[in-house]
Design a protein around this ligand. Structure first.
Ligand code: NAI
Length: 213
């Protein structure tokens, strides 16, 4: 697998494989064929085989894939065999909702702090975290070995804050602010726009209704 360029489309599908395999594993399923996985995930068996062939095929031997092995291997590819330490910048509605979502921890994403500029929020408990002022961010990033910052602040201040976070040592930004971040090479950004997903849904409704006339 080393040296081989994997397409973004394949990488984009890996989390879904990982999620389904995790559920199968929790249900005690030991082996699954690409046909059965295909039926479950509504993806063609040939697509599954092609995707997995990018990583050497994961040992499909006629009798199917070993679920636990496949789950762990895909987890390794996604970097989920390591823990990540996250902080949330912006303790408003979205920041608090993310801090309250416990399942990230199951995947190795550990929430280590939440920060805001609004003094009225300082000291507020959000699950196991306490909202701290932005003045504490640099120190916390260094002492808690933070690698990912979650940006849930308005777009006006997002660029400036992102630059600061990078200078303090974060390696990646999970960006919910509606602005493109231009960060140095080596710093990873994943932009999340829930409204894009909603617009896709709207498009699907329109397509379906147009087809039915
Ligand atoms: P909110 O107003 O409830 O929270 C924003 C928080 O950020 C406030 O507590 C505010 O004091 C804090 N803040 C502002 N400037 C800051 C700074 N420089 N440093 C630290 N904290 C700062 O807003 P909400 O609903 O939580 O949304 C947050 C942002 O995320 C908004 O800009 C919104 O447009 C965006 N958003 C994006 C979504 C997406 O899918 N990408 C979905 C929902 C919201």
């Amino acid at each position: 697998m080393e040296g081989k360029e994997i397409s973004q489309a394949v990488i984009g599908r890996l989390p879904r494989y990982f999620r389904y395999l995790g559920e199968l594993r929790d249900e005690g399923v030991e082996r699954i064929s690409s046909q059965d996985l295909s039926g479950l995930m509504q993806v063609t068996a040939s697509q599954i085989r092609q995707d997995f062939n990018n990583f050497g095929g994961f040992g499909q031997q006629g009798y199917g894939y070993n679920v636990d092995y496949l789950y762990k291997e895909i987890g390794k590819i996604l970097g989920l065999d390591q823990h990540h330490h996250l902080i949330i910048i912006g303790a408003g509605n979205l920041g608090q909702a993310l801090a309250n979502y416990m399942n990230f921890e199951k995947r190795g994403f550990l929430m280590k702090g939440i920060f805001d500029v609004n003094p009225q929020l300082f000291g507020r408990k959000v699950r196991n975290l306490t909202v701290e002022p932005m003045e504490m961010v640099e120190q916390r990033i260094r002492e808690r070995e933070i690698d990912i910052a979650v940006l849930t602040i308005p777009k006006g201040s997002a660029v400036e804050i992102a630059d600061k976070l990078v200078s303090y040592g974060v390696k990646a930004i999970w960006n919910f602010a509606h602005v493109d971040l231009d960060l140095p090479e080596g710093v990873q950004v994943e932009n999340v726009h829930l409204s894009d997903s909603l617009m896709k849904l709207s498009y699907m409704i329109s397509c379906y209704e147009n087809q039915r006339g």
